[in-house]
Design a protein around this ligand. Structure first.
Ligand code: LFR
Length: 468
């Protein structure tokens, strides 16, 4: 039977388990993908804190594995990727100490400003190379420290979301490189923990694990997991590019004949950037708001983190609650037929919260003396136009750091299905825009598992992708 790789891919709004296997086709391979299980990811406001429902996420992943086992697939390994920055703490009995807090929780507000008074932003960027965002792990830990959060005292290990899922599958504790790079606490050059920084923050460096590079076999699933899912106990857990952006960028196709191409990983967030061999830790990169995140193959992803489809997702959720959501295809039709109204700053903090989005946009328009959208189509058009404008700015900023300007943009992830946004992005940036694949993250996850299993030597051997 054909070896099958399972990708457990968790996004801010939903998760899925996707099975992938390779079939020889001509001189190369065709990657066949099949969605096995899809589930909602619903963070919950519990008292003062906005937390992930981690046990449900873990249970849904196991349910996906069980479905794969019931289908009789010959599963050889699984790989996990998730959103960035968030983590759980493991205590001395091996239990999760409290719910992992969601990056949209507000307790990190103001932390970057306090940090900047204690540490030189220039010197810190020259080490970490990460765009300062209040969601970053560094600021969550700072907020916990300042609140005297007792969980920090009992924590034996800090495991990022994919590391945490891996831990409960295998019993092994790791910090995978690409997800660790989103913390703002790594040294971008040495790709290891910045221990002096951790100590200055009053954190114990022993809480962190040595960094594991993507493409490493972590271990077998435990007998308990094998029993619960029906998977064979020889199934391996592979550390993939466990940050979803890293897996997506790894799967970004080379549709262009130029090397002057950027990727735009378009989902709840928009990550726009280029893949490089070394980090860019200059003052220009810091001022322009670039992150040097870890990529698969020890690459650096020089990118800007932009509020993405989240704003559209929240609008749709609001319309759904009122029974007025006609679905994405109809919404895009309405937006294409609508008139332009305002342009909003998508990165304004107020748009990052799960509050009523229509009202938030209308208030922003009033404050900036712009006409507010009034129909669904106008709202969607306004957000697409605003995102395209923000991408234009990001492209201009990437260009200031490159020897020669960009020529092409590959839009990957679910957002690549939004044809209005694709067209507006092409118009705003003046770049040649290519769209797809929508499942880039799962593809990148699976390709690295196939390479780790030595079924293929490089991703270039895969010349075709088919959804079953
Ligand atoms: C995208 C992403 C971004 C990260 C954001 C929050 O899904 O992983 O890269 O900044 O989620 O963690």
């Amino acid at each position: 039977m054909n070896p099958t790789y399972l990708a457990a891919d968790f996004g801010g709004g939903s998760g899925r388990v996707i099975a992938g296997s390779l079939r020889t086709e001509g001189k190369g391979y065709c990657l066949e993908l099949k969605e096995i299980h899809r589930f909602a990811n619903r963070p919950v406001q519990m008292g003062d804190y906005f937390v992930w429902d981690f046990p449900s996420l873990y249970a849904d992943m196991l349910e996906g594995f069980a479905k794969a086992a019931r289908q009789g697939l010959d599963v050889v390994s699984v790989g996990i990727d998730t959103w960035g920055v968030d983590f759980g703490l493991i205590d001395s009995t091996g239990q999760l100490a409290g719910m992992p807090v969601c990056y949209r929780d507000t307790h990190t507000d103001g932390m970057p400003e306090i940090f900047a008074r204690e540490e030189s932003p220039q010197a810190h960027y020259a080490e970490a190379g990460i765009q300062v965002l209040p969601i970053n792990t560094l600021y969550r830990l700072m907020a916990m420290k300042r609140a005297d959060d007792p969980r920090l005292d009992i924590a034996r290990r800090l495991l990022f979301t994919p590391d945490l899922l891996t831990y409960f599958l295998t019993g092994h504790e790791i910090n995978e490189y690409t997800i660790a790079s989103t913390s703002e606490m790594l040294d971008a050059r040495t790709r290891s923990w910045n221990e002096p920084l951790l100590r200055r923050m009053g954190l114990r460096p022993e809480m962190m694990c040595p960094i594991t590079m993507p493409g490493t076999v972590v271990g077998n699933i435990t007998p308990r997991v094998a029993e619960a899912t029906g998977l064979d106990s020889k199934v391996k857990v592979v550390a993939v590019g466990s940050h979803d952006t890293a897996s997506a960028a790894f799967a970004s196709p080379r549709n262009y004949t130029t090397d002057r191409a950027a990727f735009l990983s378009s989902g709840t967030w928009s990550l726009l950037g280029v893949e490089l061999d070394e980090p860019v830790l200059t003052e220009e990169a810091r001022r322009a708001g670039f992150s040097n995140e870890g990529g698969v193959g020890a690459k650096t992803l020089l990118l800007q983190n932009i509020t993405g489809l989240w704003i559209l997702q929240r609008l749709a959720a609001q319309w759904r609650e009122r029974g007025e959501d006609p679905g994405w295809p109809a919404l895009i039709d309405e937006a294409e037929a609508a008139a332009d109204t305002a342009v909003i700053d998508v990165d304004d903090q107020r748009f990052s919260r799960p509050d009523a989005m229509e009202q938030t946009i209308a208030a922003y328009c009033r404050e900036t003396s712009q006409p507010s959208p009034s129909t669904r189509g106008e709202y969607v058009r306004c957000v697409c136009r605003s995102l395209a404008e923000r991408y234009r700015k990001a492209v201009e900023q990437v260009n200031t750091l490159l020897p020669r300007p960009l020529e092409a943009l590959q839009i990957i992830g679910g957002g690549s299905n939004n044809r209005l946004l694709n067209a507006m992005t092409a118009e705003a940036t003046g770049l040649k825009v290519f769209a797809g694949p929508a499942e880039a993250t799962a593809i990148g996850n699976i390709l690295l598992q196939a390479i780790t299993a030595r079924q293929i030597n490089s991703k270039e051997q895969v010349t075709d992708i088919r959804q079953l």
